[in-house]
Design a protein around this ligand. Structure first.
Ligand code: PLP
Length: 726
């Protein structure tokens, strides 16, 4: 009896409703509850999974070494000193999240997620690694000058990031690059604490005010270079410097013929947005000569774009620029510095290949060696004194030190039938003759395990039923039952489960804008539970009301990410996460923070700085600031939160005030409104306040004592903590 054999066979792996369906036995109880029990079998496998498996799966060594790894507990750790990090110095990210997000009453900082964790030690390590890569190339090749880098502040203008770079770079004269007036102002003020020889490179389009500021910076004894991006800028520089009686130091940005063809290369080549053509460079030389200022021209700059894919392209660019440099020297300019721009790349997917914008085929040392080699080669042939080599690496300096951590709040259920029961007689009852035939054929195909045929009949059945529904001859319950049946069939016939959608408490537009705007992919990994096998595949969907607010592309060409089931969280191995599920986006320290907007009025994340510490927890939170509140983001769009609050308060008095004998309700209502302005826009899972909230007359509000206690405990103070050691 084949049907029975099939029934037994299928029942072993399939839900009971399905068994009943393919057995065609309508005498079974009409409603068979569906329960997914397949997950249990998989659970027993997780014992064979280890953190090393996760490390390989998420390619953590590829993109993360030497700064990130997975510890024995299955959590991601930061290695603040790169390869020099000792085992006890590793910092467990989950512990940071716990410290930062725990309420103040239990010793936490009471900050909301999403969260940016900055690790200044990593920043320092990147800066020193870049410096030592150039120093060793210079030494190895007998190069007769030195390297003096600048950090282009546009990559991350955060005050503490820039201040740290100036501080860490002071011993080796590391400087800053600015591309606009506010960037110049911040570079000027930060470099007041820097090494006096550190360069301040002024790029970007300039007006008289910009040039005035840059000349003023020279008066303030800052080692400022005005790089001409457009020919007309030279006239302003000549005129204003005469007025101010300042001898400027001038650079020119050359439009190279060498072209970087990747996404980030569109600024390169003869048609690039910036820089002077050969003809323009010669006109600038002439103008400077006529004004007796040719000695002011001392620097040649170029920038062929970000993420330069290979050292071959880099070398071609540097050689071309070094020729221009030599020619300028020959024409009488007092050339001193060759500034090779940015473009030192990052390996976002750990593939070490130069075939996409996601990776580069070289490391720091190969980059530095290629540059030094190319400059030396050209200058030696032309008998030109070796110039100071300056680079403007941004991405390569700041990407690693900052980690974005966010929480998955919920996930779409595994593909269960839309209704949790399959009631065959009920379904058949309302169907047209044709649809009944489809149903029969479907059950026959299912019995024979003919996947494709199943899908064809299921599709046909669905279409017919939708037609019937539109005509009004099928009820909504029956339509739903047919959908459920089809889902059930496809789940059993096609074992591969489609990716689930994980809802994350984040705005991609605010925090990962490059994913949305240019398809830039960053490594994203759960920061804990890496000792468990990730059983699910998922895509990430953010809080915004925008279908673009999702991440469905991941490193390795994947369209979904291996993830852990949310339902299984909170078990023994998830150690200390309290049933929450946290993901980290790595290597996002460059560009993401400044490019992000306030779509749906979600503002930036909370930010903490973390240092290694030899105390019991191996880290200290040295700085913490909550992200912008609802009031803050409203202000960005010209709203006035104070007035808005007054309006709503009066309205509450008008409509809820006469509610005599219910004074508490009214007061609580108003404080809830006040609190909403003060809180961050992101979802709150369980704040101490909402846990004690009471439902009263349809208003959901806090117990006022708890609210006041929360305020007293500092929730409303200007949220800055210094040196709270964990
Ligand atoms: C953007 C930019 C940089 C930084 O480039 P990275 O690829 O981040 O190193 C450097 N110089 C100039 C002129 C730039 O426009």
């Amino acid at each position: 009896m084949p049907a029975l054999a099939c029934c037994v066979d299928a029942a072993a792996v399939a839900p009971p409703g399905y068994a009943a369906f393919i057995a065609g036995d309508s005498s079974l109880p009409s409603a068979v509850p569906f329960s997914a029990s397949t997950a249990d079998a998989a659970d027993s496998n997780s014992t064979h999974w280890s953190p090393a498996h996760s490390s390989a799966l998420y390619r953590i060594d590829g993109w993360g070494a030497p700064y990130f790894s997975v510890n024995n507990a299955g959590n991601i750790t930061v290695r603040p000193y790169g390869t020099d990090t000792l085992a006890h110095q590793e910092i467990d990210l989950l512990k940071i999240v716990k410290k930062v997000s725990d309420p103040k009453s239990v010793g936490g900082l009471g900050l909301q997620l999403p969260l940016i964790v900055r690790v200044p030690d990593v920043l320092k390590n990147r800066l020193e690694s870049l410096q030592s890569a150039f120093e060793s190339a210079i030494q190895a090749q007998g190069y007769e000058s030195h390297y003096r880098g600048v950090y282009p502040v546009k990559c991350n203008q955060d005050r503490f990031v820039v201040q740290d770079i100036v501080k860490f770079g002071a011993p080796f004269r590391f400087g800053l690059e600015a591309g606009s007036k506010p960037e110049l102002l911040l570079a000027m003020s930060c470099l007041c604490k820097g090494n006096p020889e550190a360069l301040l490179v002024c790029n970007g389009f300039k007006d008289a005010e910009y040039i005035f500021l840059a000349l003023l910076a020279r008066k303030l004894a800052l080692n400022t270079v005005i790089v001409l991006e457009e020919e007309e800028e030279v006239d302003l520089v000549i005129e204003i410097s005469k007025k101010l009686s300042v001898r400027p130091v001038i650079g020119v940005r050359a439009k190279l013929r060498t072209k970087h063809s990747g996404h980030f290369g569109s600024t390169s080549g003869e048609k690039g947005k910036f820089g002077l053509t050969t003809i323009q460079i010669l006109r600038v030389v002439k103008k400077l000569q006529d004004s007796g200022m040719l000695d002011c021209l001392q620097l040649l700059h170029f920038h062929i774009g970000s993420q330069i894919p290979s050292t071959a392209l880099l070398q071609a660019g540097v050689v071309e620029a070094a020729q221009i440099y030599s020619e300028l020297a020959r024409l009488g300019a007092d050339m001193k510095v060759i500034d090779i721009g940015g473009g030192l790349g990052i390996d976002y997917d750990g593939s070490k290949s130069g075939n996409s914008d996601l990776s580069v085929s070289y490391g720091l040392q190969e980059y530095a060696s290629a540059v030094v080699n190319a400059v030396r080669f050209v200058c030696d042939r032309k008998s030109i004194k070796h110039p100071i080599i300056c680079s403007e690496s941004g991405r390569a300096i700041v990407s690693h030190h900052s980690i974005l951590i966010f929480e998955a709040m919920s996930a779409t259920a595994p593909t269960t039938p839309a209704v949790n029961q399959v009631d065959l007689p009920f379904i058949l009852e309302g169907l047209s003759e044709d649809a009944r035939v489809d149903c029969w054929n479907l059950s026959q195909a299912a019995m024979r395990h003919e996947t494709e045929t199943c899908f064809v009949y299921a599709d046909q059945l669905k279409q017919r039923c939708v037609e019937q529904f539109k005509e009004g001859t099928l009820g909504i319950e029956q339509l739903a039952a047919v959908d459920g049946l089809c889902d059930l069939v496809s789940k059993v016939v096609d074992a591969s489960e489609p990716a689930r959608t994980y809802h994350v408490n984040l705005s991609i537009f605010t925090s990962i804008p490059d994913f949305w705007s240019i398809g830039q992919i960053f490594p994203i990994v759960p920061i804990h539970r890496l000792d468990e096998r990730p059983e699910v595949r998922g895509i990430l969907s953010d809080l915004t009301c925008d279908s673009d607010g999702k991440i469905d592309k991941f490193i390795g060409g994947e369209t979904s990410l291996p993830l852990h089931g949310l339902e299984g969280n909170g078990g023994g191995s998830s150690g200390g996460a309290n049933g929450r599920y946290y993901l980290g986006m790595f290597l996002g320290g460059a560009y993401q923070e400044s490019l992000g907007g306030v779509h749906n009025l979600f503002g930036g994340p909370s930010v903490v700085s973390v240092s290694q510490s030899d105390g019991p927890y191996s880290f200290a939170v040295t700085r913490a600031a909550p992200g912008p509140s609802c009031g803050d983001v409203l202000r960005v769009m010209q709203h006035e939160p104070e007035l808005m609050f007054e309006t709503l308060k009066h309205r509450a008095e008008e409509f809820c005030g006469q509610d005599h004998g219910n004074e508490g309700t009214h007061a609580a209502l108003v404080s809830t409104i006040a609190r909403s302005f003060h809180n961050m826009p992101y979802l709150v899972v369980a704040s101490p306040c909402s846990l004690t909230a009471m439902n009263n007359n349809g208003f959901y509000y806090c117990n006022e004592e708890d609210y006041n206690a929360a305020v007293d405990s500092g929730a409303s103070e200007d949220e800055q903590w210094s040196y709270c050691y964990a």
